[in-house]
Design a protein around this ligand. Structure first.
Ligand code: HEC
Length: 145
């Protein structure tokens, strides 16, 4: 390799590691659960969602997608942020696709033009606090007698 080629290799390597770092450093400020609950109520998320401990408003949507509760794999903060700002990116699991999407897009509205970043941060902090990891139950293999 001549000097020029070495320089290009170095620049590419630096560029790649730069990308890596920016992905890892995705972090939003600390949110507030109580304020997040206010956002959740104001934005009427309960018109399509259920959450333990919250009454659904009358005349709600026929959709009933549960949020929070016991889950096998905890939803990461990043996944929850994605679900809110980019609903069609990865659709919720375990629902009939025809009820949750229209022409490949999630039926969930995009709030990006109505929600401030602070509201988003608080909302996601609130959502996160409602998920609980289900205790691991080992499958009783080998228990034949
Ligand atoms: C018009 C109905 C509707 C409204 C209103 C709505 N959503 Fe949704 N939401 C959906 C549907 C349908 C899905 C499942 C498809 C998907 O994952 O986008 C969903 C999925 C989600 C998920 C992912 C759930 C999972 O198990 O992966 C989150 C989190 C969520 N919504 C949060 C919210 C929040 C917070 C609000 C209020 C700001 C809201 N939604 C308002 C319809 C709605």
């Amino acid at each position: 390799m001549n000097n020029r080629q070495i320089l290009i290799v170095l620049l590419v390597a630096l560029g790649l590691s730069g990308c890596d770092r920016s992905l890892q450093s995705f972090s939003l400020p600390v949110g507030d659960v109580a304020r997040g609950e206010q956002v959740f109520m104001n934005m009427q998320c309960l018109s399509c969602h259920t959450m333990e401990g919250y009454e659904r408003p009358a005349g709600e949507h026929e959709l009933s997608i549960n949020l929070g509760g016991k889950v096998k794999g905890l939803k990461t903060y990043g996944e929850l942020v994605t679900s809110v700002i980019n609903p069609s990116h990865r659709l919720a699991q375990g629902y009939d696709r025809s009820t949750i999407q229209v022409e490949g897009e999630s039926v969930m509205p995009v709030y990006n033009d109505v929600m401030t970043v602070t509201e988003l941060v608080d909302l996601v902090t609130f959502l996160e606090s409602h998920y609980e990891l289900e205790p691991y139950e080992p499958t009783p293999y080998g228990s034949y007698h």
